[in-house]
Structures are given as structure tokens and as C-alpha cells.
Design a protein around this ligand. Structure first.
Ligand SMILES: *[C@@H]1O[C@H](CO)[C@@H](O)[C@H](O)[C@H]1NC(C)=O
Ligand SMILES: *[C@@H]1O[C@H](CO)[C@@H](O)[C@H](O)[C@H]1NC(C)=O
Ligand SMILES: *[C@@H]1O[C@H](CO)[C@@H](O)[C@H](O)[C@H]1NC(C)=O
Ligand SMILES: *[C@@H]1O[C@H](CO)[C@@H](O)[C@H](O)[C@H]1NC(C)=O
Length: 964
């Protein structure tokens, strides 16, 4: 002990500068705790009551003492934001029974001296950053009953030595570390063990070899998500006390042991995601079982007909096996059942009527089987939350009058069946529905055979937690209902490629939030609504109709057509038919009266559905798209050439000309910009030339720092008037996510652009060239940068006519301010390049390989703002994966978006997420990645617009919590 005393004294003398006399009076435990504290960082000063002048620590916070002896028995510092390591000092607390440091930021290895605490019964170090191996001596005292080391970064194999003295151990959790190798045989010595949790590690081998199944006192055993293998012995289920067994996510093989039915208390059994084969043995004796998950194995044979005897069952998942047969009527005996998933098997027959008596049912998934017959009456009155019957062979109609269905239902997928009839209008009453997929049915017309790409393209699939309203493949006709004007929050309205006819209700002009409308390729006619966005719609959003009145359209303007008669569609149809003559209105009019009626109601119903949903969640998109037509015309609306800039003849050489857009600023460097440039510090180099940082005028007190770009492009517009006009357009751009242009300086030899200086460098630096000293970007920051960039681009695309296209979106051009707000620089600079040299520029842009939209690589340069959307898609991928768009391997070239696409299809896409960003919410990252793939679609028209992207991102970031 001599060394220890000396050590502690030294620490105290150094850390607290007290004198030797005082320290000699200190209680040993005070001394120990003060030394322990000296290794810690305590940012919130929770330990400020720990004062080395006190005689006893018993009055300190987080300390428990035995009142009789005055000795410290408990130290519980859970969740205090402490960091540092467990140093010395604790060994002074010889009466300590409970040591709990959970939920802090402790790091370093587990100090072997913890084993000197000979009375320690409960050691909880969970959820810290402890690393390295678990010291074999940790439980040498033989007193530990509860050991929780979960959620750390412990690694390596667990040594046999660890469990040599574990007779008193009741609970052991090593879950959530990086431990590997087999379970040590010595664990067998822990005969009092009740609870064992080794989940989420990389343990391997067959647990039988360590005798795990002979720990007869075991009540809960969780070995899930490791690499365990081998088959299960029959004896495992002779464990009389076993209540919960989870072996999920391992490589266990063989048949399920038939002894499975012999654990009288078994409550939860999770064997999912293994390689178990053969039929499910009988275990109807398990009357306490309420959680049964055998999903994603290779189980075959008939669906167990005895399932009805598991009367306590609440959760049943057999999905992803190879089960055949039918569901027994006895399913209805499962009165407590609330979750059932049998998706992706080969089950057939009808959905048992008796299920209606499982009154607690809230989630029912039967996707991807061969169920036929109709949906049982009354099933939808159970107050379900989620129904997925997609990809079966169901016929009949949605049970009518199912009023309770629409109280709770959040997700309804009936797609790819053979359902007919109406979509009940009650769906429109539901305010909670977020996902509605009725596609690929026979609700109204026959489905076209091809898979529509609308489903890939839409936001619908992406918007986590938001509404999915796919009613595609059900061709829509009728008029646009006036009631749509109630959708006050509607932002995006897409009705293109349907059979909608009549006039556009003028009331729609009152929809002030509309950002984007497309009504092209319908059979609409008459005036456009006067308010809102309608008068500024582009040709591409209007064309292909029968007679819309707009100067943008060359076709006829048909006015004074009879208003669609909402209550009697037949009369209108007939009369209109005569008026239309040979204009293609006949086909629809000749269809039978009943079909017409039918369709008309359905359109209203669908719009009502959408209306209710939109109103309730404040979103956003109505997209009712007829696929084949859209596909046929995919390239048509792409032919707009927007990179127009003219260079007239007529030289007018002026000498040095300085133009300052904001006259309040006084550029005192004007005298000689050339010489000024020589003194400024170069901070970057881009496609268009070097960038300098310059400080202007301390005179007005504020330090006015600007960036100056020296344009060194040889093909710059040579005429000051043209140059001036183009730069002024860019000078009008003011947006928080765009670098403002302040002015320019022009001489025939030198052209300078002056912009705001953005202090925090570029995204390129933060992402790819990060100095070790600066922390990696977290997910919230990455998302913020994405959203900001999207907003900036949306402003360029949608606020200017013609749109300002960036052409060169990449991390180098995304600058960041002190709060990591994205500021896009270099936008619109192609406007300054003379037209003839556009293709020269396009070659320059090839240097940004990987970001270039495929259509830009063609010589034609018939491109529009969709090429920025492509670049933005690549940027998303880069930000999420931290990788470059193209990486050159030894003998191959890795193209990021191809790779991500493949990984997404394989379901392993999260593996490509940049590890350095730390924790991230899957439910945000996943839809963002999908969005990226939609943006990088090869076909420009398949890419969403930037305005839509902003909407989508905003929906992704404010997810409504998913209850399932
Ligand atoms: C931990 O730190 C965070 C961030 O500094 C703070 O918000 C939180 O209140 C702290 N918690 C405690 C228990 O001190
Ligand atoms: C723990 O440390 C990590 C990394 O150093 C830090 O990001 C985090 O904010 C810390 N947490 C607390 C609660 O102090
Ligand atoms: C350890 O602490 C964590 C977090 O506070 C808690 O969830 C867990 O139950 C504790 N373990 C034991 C064995 O007390
Ligand atoms: C669209 O989705 C289908 C299946 O859902 C898939 O086969 C197809 O490749 C996707 N198309 C694109 C362009 O991603």
C-alpha cells in the first residue's frame, strides 16, 4: 500500500493543492473518491458537492452509505455526461456493493483493479465507450451478482478465466459490443445464472459445446444477432424455468427440436432469421406463449393447424418461409392476437372468417401468398392500424361500410390483387391514413401490363411516415372537382396523362400554396384560373389538352363549354360528345352508362380520399398519372433549351468598368483592382478561375470580407453589354443558400466577380479533405446541408424564367458558413460563356466526372435544369456515404450511384453509410438514399424537380412517428 498512498497523495497535491497535514486527516473513502473524480471530466459539475475537506462522503450526491457503519455502499453516477476513465481510487471503497456508471462517456479499458472491490455485487458500466478486452480477473472477488457491460466497444474473445468464480452471478449482459469467439466453457460454472444476454456481438461456434443448455436456472436467454451455428438439441427446452429465448439472427440450422413444447413457462420464442428447416413441430402445449417469431427461416410443410391452442398468443410472425396449406378457422381462438404476419409464404385458401373474433388485432400482413376469396366482412371493423394484403389473388370488393377501419388505419396496401368495385368514400374520412396503395387491381379499368415507373419516381415511396397515395394504373376520368379548392395546403398537383375533361374550376386559383401544377395531356379546356400559380404555368404543364386558353399554347381555345354536371354526368357526357365532334371525345362518351357513372364516382372518391389526407397532414402531392402515355412522351418535355445567351456583334470596348449592385457599399479598392488582387490571398481554384479573399474598408468599423473570382475562361463573353446583362441577372439572386454576387469589374483582359465571402470552407473540405482536427459532419448537419442546397437550387430553378441552371453541382461549390448553412457558389456562370463555346465548357465540366448528367455528356447540350437534379442526386450519395462519386480501384472503376443502387436492391444499403457520421436515424437516411437514386435516374424527366425535392426532404425530416 505504500506506493498507493504516495500516488494518491501526489494526485491530491497536484490536483487540489492542499497541504500534507490536511490530507493525513482525510477519511480513506473521501480520498479514494476524490482521486476517482480526478480522472473524470464533469461538464455539468454534478460532482461539485464532492469536497475533499469533508470528513465523510456520505452527504455527497450519488453516494449511498450504510447508516450503521458510515461506509460507502453505493456509487451511482448514471447519465451524468461524465467522461474520462476509471482510474484509481475506487479500491478504497471496500464496502462498495453497487457501482453504476451507466450512460456516460467513460472510455479506456476496464480497470482490472475493479476486482479489488471484494464486496461488489452489482457492476453496471453499460452504455459507455469502454474498449479493449474484458479483464479475466474482473469477477475474481466472487461476489458479483449483476454484471452489465452492454453497449460499449469491448472486443476480443472472452477468456475462460472470467467465469471461474461466478457462482453468485445471476445476471450477465455483454450485449452490444464487438466480442467474438466461442462462449467460454467456464460459463457453465455460473449455475445461479437467471438472465444471460450476449446479443449483438460476433460470438460464434455452437453454444452447446459450452454447455449453455445445462444452465438449468436460466429464465431469459438472448443470443440474438451473433454468428452462432449448429442445431438445437432437444434438451434445450427441458429448461424448466425458461421464459424467454431469443436466438434471432444467427446461423442455426436443422429442424426445430420437438421438445420445444416442454417449457411450461415459455413466454417469448424468437428463432427468426436463422436457417432452420423442415416442418414446424407441434408445440400446442405452450399455453403461456405470447410472442412467437419464426420468420425468415426455411421452414416447410403445412401451416400448423393447431395454432389455435396457443391461446395467449399476441404476436405471431411466420413470414418469409416456405409454408403451404391454408389457415385454420381455429385462428379465431387467438383472442389476444394483435400482430400477425404470414407474408411471403405459399399459403392459399381464403382468409378465415373467424379472424374477425380476434378483436385486438391491429396489424395483419399476408403479403405475397396465394390467398384467394374475398376479404372477410367485418375484418376491417376491428380498428386495425395496418393491413397488407398485397400480391395475393383476392377478389371481391373492399367490405363496405367499414366505418371503424377508417378510425385507426394508417397503412392500407391492397395492391396487386383482383379486387373490384368502388373505393369506399369513407376512406376520405380518415385523417390518419399515411399509406394507401390500391394499384394493380381491377377497381376501375384493366391494368396495363407494364410496371409503371411512376411508382419509382414518386415521392410517395420515399416519404417516410407520410402518405402514400398510389392509385396509379386506375385510369382517371371525369372533371376536376371543385372541392379541390379546399386543399388549402396543397403544394404540388400532378394530374397529367389522364382523361380529365371539362374546365379547370376557377376556384383553384385560390390555392395560394401551390408551387407546381401539371395538367398536361388530359382533355381539359377553357380558361385557366386567374389567381395563384396558374397564369405563370409553363407550356409543358398545359400542353396536350383539348382546348386550354393560353398564349403559350398554339392549339384552339375552347370556351363556354357546358359546366360538368356533377349530379348527372350522363347528360353532360352526351351533349359534350356532340360538341366534340371528331376531337377524340367520342370514345369515352360511347362507353356504357354504368361504367361512366362508376368511373365518375371513383374519381370523386379518390380525390376525396386524397383531399382528406392532404388536409390532415398538410401535404402536398396529388399525382394521378397514366403511365404508358407518360412513358411514350418521356423525352418530349425535355427539349427545352434553356442555356440561351446571345452574343451580338458590335464591339464597344470600354476601359475598366466597375459595377456595384449594392450602392451602399463603397469599394475603396476600385482604384486599381489589378494591384489589389496581387495582395489578396488566393483561397481556391475552380473551373472558372481563381478565387481570392479580400478584406475591404476597416473605415466603417466592420470588417468587410469579400471573395473575388478572377474569371480566366478564354471564351468569356467579349461584349461588355452582354456581360453586364448576364451578370445583372445573377446579381438579382438573393437567397440564404446562395452566395450573393456583389458586383463585377470588367476590362477586355480582366473580369472579376465580387461575392460574399463564406468563412467555413467548402463541403469538399468537410467531406473528403477533412483535417484530423476537425470533427466529421453529423447526420443532422449533413441533412441541413442537403436541405439548404436543395432550397438554393430550387430558388434558381423556380424563381427565374428562364431558370438559372448551375451545371456544376459538386461539393467544391457548396460553401458553408459558421453555422454550417449551405451556400451554393458559381451558379449560372455558364451564362457568361459565349454560346459557341458551350461545348468547350461541357468538356471542362467533364472534369467533374461523376456529377455530370448523362445528357450533358452528349454533344447536343439540349439540357435543362434536370441536370442539376442529377448533380444533386450524386451530391446526396456523396454526403451520405462519404465517398467520391467515382473511385478508381486496382482494376475497376466504382461508380457510386450504381453501387448504391445494387446495395439497395440487396437490402444492404445501410452498409455504405459513412461510418464517421456516428449514429443516424435509418428512417431518414434510407429515404434520402432512395431520393438520390431517383434524382440520378438516366431519364431527365424521371427526376423530380428541385421544388419537389425540397418538399420531400422536409417531409423526411419531420417524420410522424411510426407505431409499427
Ligand atoms: C448532458 O449534456 C447535455 C448537452 O450538453 C445537456 O443537454 C444535458 O442536460 C446533460 N445532462 C445532464 C444530466 O447533465
Ligand atoms: C460523448 O462523447 C462523444 C464523442 O466524444 C460526444 O459526441 C458526445 O456529445 C458525448 N456525450 C456526452 C453525453 O457528453
Ligand atoms: C444498467 O444501467 C442501464 C441504464 O441505466 C439499465 O438499463 C440496466 O438495467 C442496468 N443494469 C443492471 C444490471 O442493473
Ligand atoms: C422501378 O421499380 C421496379 C420494381 O419495383 C424495378 O424493377 C425497376 O428497375 C425500377 N426502375 C427504376 C428506373 O429504378
Amino acid at each position: 500500500m505504500g506506493f498507493l498512498q504516495l500516488f494518491i497523495f501526489t494526485v491530491l497535491a497536484n490536483s487540489f493543492a492542499i497541504n500534507a497535514d490536511q490530507s493525513l486527516n482525510l477519511n480513506d473513502e473521501v480520498l479514494g473518491l476524490i482521486v476517482f473524480k480526478s480522472y473524470l471530466t464533469d461538464p455539468s459539475s454534478h460532482l461539485s458537492s464532492w469536497n475533499q475537506d469533508d470528513d465523510t462522503p456520505c452527504s455527497w450526491r450519488f453516494i449511498t452509505c450504510n447508516p450503521a457503519t458510515g461506509r460507502v455502499t453505493g456509487l451511482s453516477l448514471d447519465g451524468l455526461n461524465l467522461s474520462g476513465k476509471i482510474g484509481r481510487g475506487l479500491e478504497k471503497l471496500q464496502n462498495l456493493k453497487v457501482l453504476s456508471l451507466a450512460r456516460n462517456n467513460f472510455t479506456g479499458n476496464l480497470n482490472p483493479e475493479l476486482s479489488l472491490l471484494t464486496n461488489l455485487q452489482r457492476l453496471n458500466l453499460s452504455r459507455n465507450g469502454f474498449s479493449d478486452r474484458i479483464p479475466g480477473s474482473l469477477m475474481n472477488s466472487g461476489s458479483i451478482k449483476f454484471l452489465d457491460l452492454s453497449e460499449n466497444s469491448l472486443s476480443g474473445p472472452v477468456t475462460e478465466e472470467l467465469f471461474v468464480k461466478c457462482l453468485s452471478l445471476r445476471m450477465l449482459s455483454l450485449s452490444g459490443n464487438n466480442l467474438e469467439g466461442p462462449i467460454p466453457n467456464s460459463l457453465l460454472k455460473c449455475t445461479s445464472l437467471n438472465h444471460l444476454n450476449l446479443s449483438n456481438n460476433r460470438f460464434s461456434g455452437n453454444p452447446i459445446n459450452s454447455g449453455l443448455w445445462s444452465l438449468t436456472r436460466i429464465r431469459t436467454m438472448d443470443l440474438s444477432r451473433n454468428m452462432f451455428s449448429g442445431s438445437l438439441p432437444n434438451g434445450i427446452f427441458a429448461l424448466h424455468d425458461l421464459k424467454e429465448l431469443s436466438l434471432e439472427g444467427n446461423h442455426f440450422t436443422g429442424a426445430l427440436p420437438s421438445g420445444i413444447g416442454l417449457c411450461p413457462h415459455l413466454n417469448k420464442l424468437d428463432l427468426s432469421n436463422n436457417l432452420f428447416t423442415e416442418a414446424i413441430p407441434e408445440f400446442q402445449a405452450l399455453s403461456s406463449l405470447n410472442y412467437l417469431n419464426l420468420a425468415n427461416n426455411i421452414l416447410t410443410g403445412e401451416f400448423p393447424q393447431w395454432i389455435g391452442s396457443l391461446t395467449s398468443l399476441e404476436y405471431l410472425d411466420f413470414s418469409g418461409n416456405d409454408l403451404t396449406g391454408t389457415l385454420p378457422e381455429s385462428m379465431g381462438d387467438l383472442r389476444s392476437l394483435s400482430y400477425v404476419s404470414l407474408s411471403d409464404n405459399r399459403l392459399s385458401g381464403s382468409i378465415p372468417l373467424s379472424l374477425v373474433s380476434s378483436s385486438k388485432l391491429s396489424v395483419i400482413r399476408l403479403r405475397g401468398n396465394k390467398f384467394n376469396g374475398s376479404i372477410p366482412d367485418g375484418l376491417f371493423e376491428l380498428g386495425l392500424d395496418l393491413v397488407d394484403f398485397s400480391r395475393n389473388e383476392l377478389t371481391g370488393s373492399i367490405p363496405p361500410g367499414s366505418s371503424r377501419l377508417f378510425e385507426n388505419l394508417q397503412s392500407l396496401d391492397l395492391s396487386a390483387n383482383r379486387l373490384t368495385g368502388d373505393i369506399p368514400a369513407e376512406i376520405g374520412l380518415n385523417s390518419r391514413l399515411r399509406y394507401l396503395n390500391l394499384s394493380w387491381n381491377n377497381f376501375e379499368t384493366k391494368m396495363p401490363p407494364e410496371l409503371g415507373y411512376f411508382q419509382n419516381l414518386t415521392v410517395l415511396d420515399l416519404r417516410n411516415g407520410a402518405f402514400h397515395g398510389s392509385v396509379s394504373h386506375n385510369s382517371l376520368s371525369g372533371s376536376i372537382p371543385r372541392s379541390m379548392s379546399l386543399l388549402k395546403k396543397l403544394k404540388i398537383l400532378k394530374l397529367e396523362y389522364n382523361q380529365l375533361s371539362g374546365e379547370i374550376p376557377p376556384e383553384l386559383g385560390g390555392l395560394e400554396n401551390l408551387l407546381s401544377v401539371n395538367i398536361s395531356y388530359n382533355r381539359l379546356q377553357g380558361r385557366l384560373p386567374t389567381g395563384g400559380i396558374f397564369q405563370s404555368l409553363q407550356q409543358s404543364s398545359l400542353e396536350g389538352n383539348l382546348g386550354i386558353c393560353s398564349p403559350l399554347l398554339k392549339g384552339p381555345c375552347k370556351m363556354n363549354v357546358p359546366k360538368p354536371l356533377v349530379l348527372d354526368p350522363f347528360a353532360y357526357g352526351n351533349e359534350n360528345g356532340r360538341h366534340q365532334g371528331g376531337r377524340g371525345g367520342e370514345g369515352a362518351d360511347q362507353s356504357s352508362r354504368s361504367l361512366r357513372h362508376h368511373r365518375f364516382l371513383s374519381v370523386s372518391a379518390i380525390i376525396a380520399i386524397l383531399a382528406a389526407i392532404m388536409i390532415s397532414i398538410g401535404v402536398l402531392v396529388i399525382s394521378l398519372l397514366n403511365i404508358s402515355a407518360r412513358r411514350r412522351l418521356a423525352f418530349v418535355d425535355n427539349a427545352i433549351e434553356s442555356c440561351s445567351s446571345s452574343s451580338r456583334s458590335g464591339p464597344s470596348l470600354s476601359m475598366g468598368r466597375l459595377v456595384w449592385f449594392d450602392s451602399k457599399t463603397d469599394p475603396n479598392w476600385v482604384v486599381s483592382p489589378e494591384s489589389f488582387l496581387k495582395k489578396a490571398a488566393e483561397i481556391g481554384e475552380g473551373v472558372f478561375g481563381s478565387v481570392y479573399k479580400a478584406s475591404l474598408g476597416e473605415e466603417n468599423g466592420s470588417d468587410n470580407i469579400l471573395a473575388i473570382k478572377n474569371l480566366v475562361v478564354s471564351n468569356m463573353i467579349q461584349y461588355p453589354e452582354d456581360f453586364d446583362r448576364e451578370v445583372r441577372v445573377l446579381g438579382r439572386v438573393r437567397h440564404p443558400n446562395l452566395v450573393s454576387l456583389k458586383g463585377y469589374y470588367w476590362t477586355p483582359k480582366l473580369q472579376l466577380l465580387v461575392t460574399d465571402y463564406v468563412p467555413n470552407g467548402s463541403l469538399q473540405t468537410k467531406l473528403h479533405d477533412r483535417p484530423p482536427s476537425s470533427p466529421p459532419l453529423s447526420w443532422p448537419n449533413r441533412f441541413k446541408i442537403l436541405l439548404g442546397t436543395a432550397k438554393g437550387l430550387a430558388h434558381l430553378h423556380h424563381f427565374f424564367r428562364p431558370p438559372i441552371v448551375h451545371y456544376n453541382i459538386k461539393p467544391n461549390n457548396i460553401l458553408l458558413d459558421d453555422n454550417l448553412n449551405a451556400k451554393i457558389s458559381d451558379f449560372g456562370l455558364t451564362r457568361l460563356v459565349s454560346k459557341l463555346d458551350k461545348h468547350v465548357m461541357s468538356n471542362r465540366f467533364q472534369s467533374a466526372l461523376g456529377y455530370v448528367a448523362p445528357e450533358l455528356a452528349c454533344q447536343s447540350l439540349r439540357v435543362n435544369e434536370k441536370c442539376d437534379v442529377y448533380g444533386f442526386g450524386v451530391l446526396i450519395l456523396e454526403i451520405v456515404t462519404g465517398r467520391r462519386p467515382i473511385e478508381y480501384g486496382e482494376d475497376n472503376v466504382l461508380i457510386l450511384n450504381e453501387q448504391v443502387k445494387v446495395m439497395l436492391e440487396e437490402g444492404s444499403v445501410l452498409q455504405c453509410v459513412d461510418e464517421s457520421m456516428g449514429e443516424y436515424p435509418e428512417e431518414e437516411v434510407l429515404p434520402v438514399l432512395k431520393l438520390a437514386l431517383v434524382c440520378t435516374s438516366q431519364i431527365p424527366s424521371s427526376r423530380p424537380s428541385m421544388a419537389e425535392i425540397v418538399q420531400i426532404l422536409q417531409v423526411i425530416k419531420t417524420p410522424i412517428p411510426q407505431p409499427f
